[in-house]
Design a protein around this ligand. Structure first.
Ligand SMILES: [Zn+2]
Length: 142
């Protein structure tokens, strides 16, 4: 789904624990943490495991695929930049690695459904490279 490309996108402010995530995005990779002690998948990024308190956490690449877990379509953007692409849909993606990632779902709102397979593609929003999700198995047109 084509979207306009405003130039004044609000920029993310990387939290210290998530700096590797943002660095990997610039390389068009989605990453997440896993606990080496108990195997728990962790997201958002943390300094210690929420299950076993271990600080033995490692960053891994995600495949960039998953399914829609929730979605909501924004009819009125919160800023002029977001308004330029409204209506648009955001939601949680249940990633195949077992965590949920919040992102834009760049598909027609009436075709998005919970459980539908999606995959990430990457868009440039100002200085930031960000993942947006499109239906899996279809040409993303880029
Ligand atoms: Zn753990």
């Amino acid at each position: 789904m084509a979207t306009e490309n405003p130039t004044d996108w609000p920029q993310p402010y990387p939290l210290m624990d998530a700096e590797p995530y943002w660095a990997a995005l610039a390389d068009e990779r989605i990453t997440f943490q896993r606990c080496d002690a108990c195997g728990e998948t962790l997201w958002p990024a943390r300094k210690f495991c929420v299950r076993c308190d271990s600080t033995d956490l490692t960053w891994h690449d995600a495949a960039g695929t998953g399914e829609v877990w929730s979605h909501s379509t924004v009819m009125r953007g919160p800023t002029p930049t977001w308004q330029a692409i409204a209506p648009y849909t955001v939601g949680f993606i249940a990633m195949d690695e077992g965590y949920q990632l919040f992102a834009q779902i760049d598909e027609p709102a009436d075709e998005i459904a919970i459980g539908r397979r999606v995959r990430a593609r990457f868009v440039q929003r100002g200085e930031a490279t960000l993942p947006v999700f499109v239906f899996d198995g279809e040409d993303d047109g880029s």
